[in-house]
Design a protein around this ligand. Sequence first.
Ligand code: 13P
Length: 247
Amino acid sequence: MLIAGNWKMNGDPSSLEEFGRMIARAPEAAAKGVDLVVCPPAVLIAKCADRATVSMIAVGGQDCHPDPSGAHTGDISAEMLAACGARYVIVGHSERRTDHGETDALVAKKAEAAQRGGLVAIVCVGETEAERDAGDALAVVKRQIEGSLPATLDPAGLVLAYEPVWAIGTGKTPSIDDIAEMHAHIRALLESRFPAVPVLILYGGSVKPGNAAEILAVDNVDGALVGGASLKADDFLGIALAAPNHG
Ligand code: 13P
């Protein structure tokens, strides 16, 4: 089980204290078989990684450029993230897809770049509310998975995050049946492409300590990608400790 926190554009140097509290409590999660990843804003990655010397909590980026280096003002490469101590990177988050017009093809290049740089790629997919209302959620996610995973992908360095866009930051979540249906759908897609390697599938969208136990108990839910509730150690650990025991 993997619980990943996406701090988004939140945090400043004082957040390192909160991260320190997460490190201090990481052994509680590890005792339940839960790995933790925190993806702070880029400016805090190196400082967080320097502190996260216990192997029970890893640090990740929130995005990377497809290229290893070059004239791309404001961008950061997977190699740079890795050099700062990151072990994961989120690619294709719906906020990147919306705010920056990222397409499946670009996300696939970023996933490829992540692995070239030695990082685990957390590839995000998820339907909008209109797509779900139209009955298209399964088809949209299938198309996104097919388009966002590069041909060269090593499944051992992949985590897939299902984040319905309408559940992000809204306090709304799909029904347990809808989460189960979507995760089974994603499992089938991933197993047909990578029959030999199990890929972790995370659910993301308004996961809180209060609903985590129910969501994390769903078949084919291997963890969560958490936004708002990952900013506070107590909430983040509350989610991790709600996971069913995996030993
Ligand atoms: P919230 O947990 O704030 O809904 O955000 C989910 C998310 O987008 C994580 O990447």
